[in-house]
Design a protein around this ligand. Sequence first.
Ligand code: ADP
Length: 586
Amino acid sequence: MHAQERMRQSRIPFSQRLFWSVFFIFLGFTACVFVFQYQREVDFSREKLNSVLSSYNYQLHYRVQHNSDINAVVQEFVKEIPEHGLRVTIITPTGEVLFDNTNSGIIDNHNNRSEVLKARQMMNAFAIRSSETDGLEYFYSANNIEGYIYRCAIPYSPFIKSTLKVNQEFIYFMALMLLIFFIVLSRYTFSIGQTIAKLKYFSQNVPKNPEKEIEFNFPNDELGDIAQHIIKLYRRQQKAKNELALEREKLIKHFQYSKEGFAMFTEEGVEILSNIQLIQFANVLSNNAVHSAEEVLDIPELDPIRTFLAEKTQTARVKALRQTATINKSGKTFLVECLLFQNNSYEISISDITRQEEEYQMKRQLTQNIAHELKTPVSSIQGYLETLIYNHLSDDKRKFFIERCYSQCQRLTDLLKDISLLNRLEGAADMFELTDVNLNQLLSEIEKECAQQMDAKGITSEVHLPANAMIHGNESLLYSIFRNLYDNTIAYAGENVHINVNCYKEDNKYYYFSFSDNGAGIPEEHINRIFERFYRVDKGRSRKAGGTGLGLSIVKNSVLFHRGQISAKSTPGQGVTFLFTLKKKI
Ligand code: ADP
């Protein structure tokens, strides 16, 4: 056991210290009052006796005035009074004893007696002392009457002593007060002691076992309220601490599993927290090996971040709180971000934005493509209209140009329709209505609709579907899939071609289709890109055929909408086969 611990255990509890210190203060105070009061009582009793003896002095003087036989006067007087053994002395102004009823042979000068001395000055005085004459103890009371000292004294016997004693009741009263105070104080300090003991128990045990809910009943007073409040504050603080720890834990977990590289630093650049991803990204970015988060800032490409952090220390006011740098390395694009906090601590994050960057580029490409696709029909229409406005044309030619205008408008409409369909498929797929679609019916409708064009090119088709093949999906998208494939064969496969639509497999969830023709086919190098938007194998031919370059893109997205997959294979000269699946119920 520690010496400090031993000391703590051996010390007197606070409540006891409080009790004893207050008690001793009160005791001291009581003692002072007692002594003072005692003295007053003693003085009062003596004054009382003195005044009795003083009255005797005056009476004796009066009697001596009227009777010259002092001895007879005194003897008679002594008999009259209740006190026994009264000694009467008359002293002349020069100090000689004129009369003394106890010893007539006194010769020494009495002016040096203390009561006589005082009486000469103050007219009356008393003293308790031993008689120099007979050696006995007396209570003397002396009066200066016309220069003569009349002095009555009674023996200071035990009886007189007892009458001069302090009133016993006063002592009992003081003792009782002390007792009452003792009880009240002990009760009060006991209650304080209990509250403190509970608080002590709380402070020692609750932090060790914070989960355990301990109920404390404190007394209904201010101290109790304070104790309750302390406990409430402690529990609130504990709760906040736990929640904070939990949040911190979550944050650390989040950083550990984050795809982003992340590190936090103090104002001095000392690492507080970092994840592995940061080191990995830093090593991709750096030509030298990076071992710790603190080395990340040594990468030369992070110059803007370094300058930004240097500025923060140079100037009191920081202009920006965030600085970024985009770095291309090893075919990847990284975004490095530095966030500066109020206390000048900062965090650095590195994220791989290659995909976003690609998507952004793709979107840009797409917008350019759309603009390009729109430009062709719009400028054609403009040209035709200019020709019509500024030239005098024959009716036939006018009709020709107006028809070309119309067909370009049709092209524009188709293009916008396809773009909007693709946008809806990508952005608002849940807007498509779902119904039960009968595929047999759907395909026979398409066959009917395409019959004229197919006949014109000598194209034939056969469809093999299970009887009553049903899909719970979107009818118009399912129509788009097959219609676009039919249209493409009609447009690009050539003449006298045969189309074979086959549902070659079916399971609980999916239908497996093949759509093939034996036409021109698609060259190897293009086959992987035919599903891209605006991708055409032969641009001129596609435009001439009225294609928007979006047909197969719509097919692919419609298949994906129906939770299926699509791929194409082709042997140039021998045709194309599209293999795709469609989920029976989406
Ligand atoms: P388009 O709107 O030009 O038809 P698609 O996305 O539908 O665009 O088709 C992309 C390209 O694939 C077409 O330009 C065409 O060259 C080629 N293609 C599609 N289907 C066939 C097919 N059955 N036979 C040959 N080529 C095809």
